[in-house]
Ligand binder design. Structure first.
Ligand code: G6P
Length: 428
């Protein structure tokens, strides 16, 4: 992963090379803390050891019983879906990957109608084994398979912890099961059994994914000037301190659209604590130049834009045309146009003093994805250290979960009743 801070420095008062040099002492301390956490396999920090602790053979063996299926359907949500989705959406495969995370009934039944259920592997993933959306969706999928005359026990495997409803279900029906890694929160688990089983079914190179991540791990050091991941984490933190409370993640590659979704959970759940945090926004270049860029450049000065791209990609020529007004396009290529859009956006933002950071990988392949996923995780952990938040917890999510359970009759949650009664204004 390569990080270019050029268009961030100087756009925001107080964020300069000298300021980053001053911050570097704190980066060194944070790095020491992170290394200690890694050495002790402490909760959360253990995620940064995944390039060494994930066993690709374990994953390949677990899915080898599913011989060349037409499709793989992952039933999971948040960290139990977004890592796998980022990888599968980025890479081509003959096996189609689908994800059931939401419980929107029309969408679920539409997907189940379209899927070839007799040739689909179902991958049920839940770290806790108790998430209502995942378990409910799986019950619906299982029922659909039964109705289609498919033996779901032959086509399902689970990835879950040692306890919980999903573990009970796997034990009861003797389903093949992969463990989740110890001490690794879901949003940091892309490079483990949680994120890589689908990649194995799709025939992707797990070793290259882990090698890319390991390369990035090797580059972590006590100075942000030596580590692209820390450079990104420290600079986004410094910009946030100076008012950039929104980070628009804008990959210039359709294949990385899901990466921005994964990043949103990583950044939001990890860093949104105790009244601080940097709000992730999702964008896609060049499409959102024609939608969101107006706001990014001319709206409130509370944003930074992260522009991500692969340095190499397949290209397609733009045919010559006899239309004089389009002569500048003819003989060029779509890739060149996309690169020009990328660089023009950087320049446009910088000219308006809007901070932006460039993040690149060589190619959108397993290695590049391993670098990008690991690099952003390390950046996030560093940011959390600098901001002294508890990066690896998500207590605020619990409130809504309890309230939803209460509404379904799964227990009382009076706090929720009190709020909804007092604050509602109906206009019908
Ligand atoms: O993997 P699970 O236990 O099913 O959790 C799935 C997701 O749901 C929760 O609400 C958490 O906020 C997320 O961090 C987690 O990734």
């Amino acid at each position: 992963m390569y990080v270019d801070l050029g268009n961030a420095l100087g756009t925001t008062p107080g964020v300069s090379r000298e300021a980053l040099e001053r911050l570097d002492g704190r980066v060194a301390d944070a790095h020491e803390r992170i290394e200690q956490g890694r050495a002790d396999d402490e909760h959360g920090y253990a995620a940064l050891n995944l390039p060494e602790t994930t066993d690709p053979d374990e994953i390949r063996n677990a899915v080898s019983r599913f011989d060349d299926p037409e499709a793989v359907l992952t039933v999971g949500i948040g960290g139990s879906a977004l890592g796998a989705a980022t990888i599968s959406e980025a890479l081509d495969s003959d096996v189609d990957a689908y994800y059931l995370d939401n419980v929107d009934p029309e969408w679920v039944s539409g997907l189940l109608t379209d899927l070839p259920l007799d040739d689909t592997v179902v991958n049920v993933v839940s770290r806790s084994g108790t998430t209502a959306e995942t378990l409910a969706n799986f019950l619906v999928v299982r029922d659909a398979m039964d109705s289609a005359g498919v033996d779901w026990t032959e086509r399902t495997f689970v990835t879950t912890g040692e306890e919980g409803n999903l573990r009970d279900l796997a034990d009861k029906h003797d389903l093949p099961a992969l463990p989740v890694p110890d001490g690794v929160p879901g949003r940091f688990s892309a490079l483990s059994t949680v994120g890589m089983a689908v990649a194995a079914i799709q025939g992707h190179d797990l070793d290259a994914l882990l090698a890319g991540a390991a390369d990035e791990a090797d580059r972590l050091s006590g100075s942000l000037f030596e580590s692209p991941a820390y450079a990104y984490g420290a600079t986004t933190y410094a910009l946030d301190r100076r008012g950039a409370s929104i980070n628009a993640m804008m990959p210039y590659a359709e294949s990385l659209e899901y990466f921005a979704e994964w990043f949103a959970q990583l950044w939001a759940e990890s860093l949104g604590k105790d009244g601080v945090g940097q709000t992730p926004a999702r964008a896609l270049g060049a499409t959102d130049q024609h939608s969101q860029l107006q706001l990014y450049r001319a709206g409130p000065r509370d944003k930074l834009v992260t522009l991500v791209r692969p340095r190499e990609k397949e290209d397609a020529a733009i045919p010559e045309t006899d239309l004089e007004g389009l002569s500048y396009l003819g003989g060029s290529s779509l890739g060149e146009l996309l690169d020009a859009e990328f660089e023009a956006t950087e320049a446009s933002l910088a000219a308006a003093d809007c901070p932006n950071v460039r993040v690149e990988i060589d190619r959108v392949d397993e290695r590049g994805l391993g670098e990008l996923l690991y690099g952003m995780e390390a950046a996030c952990v560093l940011y959390g250290e600098l901001d002294t938040v508890s990066t690896f917890t998500q207590p605020a999510v619990e409130w809504g979960k309890k309230a939803a359970r209460g509404l379904l009759g799964g227990g009382d949650f009076e706090e929720a009743d009190a709020v909804s009664d007092k604050r509602r204004l109906k206009i019908e």
